[in-house]
Design a protein around this ligand. Sequence first.
Ligand code: FES
Ligand code: FE2
Length: 436
Amino acid sequence: MLTDEQNQFLTRIGPGTPMGGLLRAYWQPLLYSHELEECDSAPVRIRLLGESLVAFRDSEGRVGLVDHRCPHRLASLFFGRNEEGGLRCAYHGWQFNVEGRCIDMPNEPGECPLMKKVRVKAYPCREYQGVIWTYMGDGDPPPLPQLGWAMVSPDRKTVLKYMRHCNWVQAMEGDFDSSHLGFLHRDFSQDPKTDRFAKAEGGDTLRGIVALDRKPLLEVADTEAGVMYGACRGTPQDGAYWRVTQFQLPYYTSVPAYNGLNRLKIWVPMDDTHTMVWEANWSPEKVLDPETRAGLKGRVGPSGFLPDDDGWYGRGRFVARENNDYLINRERQREANFTGMEDGAPVQDAAMQESMGAIVDRSQEHLSASDAAIIRMRRSLMRAARALNEQGSLPPSVNDPKLYRAHGEQFLVSGMEGWEDVYARNMVRHYMALGS
Ligand code: FES
Ligand SMILES: [Fe+2]
């Protein structure tokens, strides 16, 4: 449980807040490159860290990300014309380049000294492997994180993007919570038979153990980049099934996926009450089948997504959402799965996380031993924000992009070997597979 003051500190990310300052020390992903494909194409509205911005691609292919308010009289540049050299405000024609400089003031007679001075707030952008990133902090940007997903070729990965209508921390906590797997995402048709596990060696059959043992024991450890934990479940045979999950500052989580895939999620706050989730599934070793690469296999139910629109919250919206009770079907809940919702964990997760309220009141919680990892994650975030805010010290992960190569893993451990040793060995193998 947290006091209201601690809860505000943890969750609020607008300009000037301590947690917002921590987030701004890192790069933020904002769009796929293909969402802004054409030079001089229409600008796109972006909500990011509580700011309202527009992104555009200029005539030379460079991406700009600027405050949506024109500095003249604050009309929205979303309605602007993306012309040769930059974005031109639709109101009086002032034009701004990707650096935010005013390059034309056509409603002013003669040379206007204001033109040299006036700027629209602009954030530097960089494109890497099909994703546009921006840096919203002070000073020079740090290196981009070395995410395994970004480093493998396109045929080995799939990326989904979806919005969560609640605060980023409670959404991220949901992903860092091993204990809900045997309940919220339980599918009755896949309940295991004991003999299915005789040959389990890291494939999909491990999934059933989650339904068998629903009281995992957690071992939590701080890392250089954040927190990791192992969740241990017993198996029908000798040995233990370990799921190792990573949290890396400020908002990366990696849970073990099935079928030999790695999974990374990035919980990017659009503002205090909306989160854009980037979910990547990837393999350093194998080419993915087309259905997996389409990104929907096992992740998004048949109702799918609403069509995108140009609004501030117009992308990545599931059809199953709060105003239709996430399409819960009570008969299905009796017969087919634990929630009665469509298959696909993201919607089931959304129903739980959004139902807590836009920013959950953590003073009302009753945490138990199963929440040990979540408690540690909160501490890690608050400690890092405090250190930056009070002493000006950056977390080491800001300037150590290799730390982001670590990801979640699942495996069986028998005999005396410790889970941390098995995990470290797997990480070394994956690290090598990514090259340098
Ligand atoms: S408000 Fe943009 S040019 Fe006047
Ligand atoms: Fe979940």
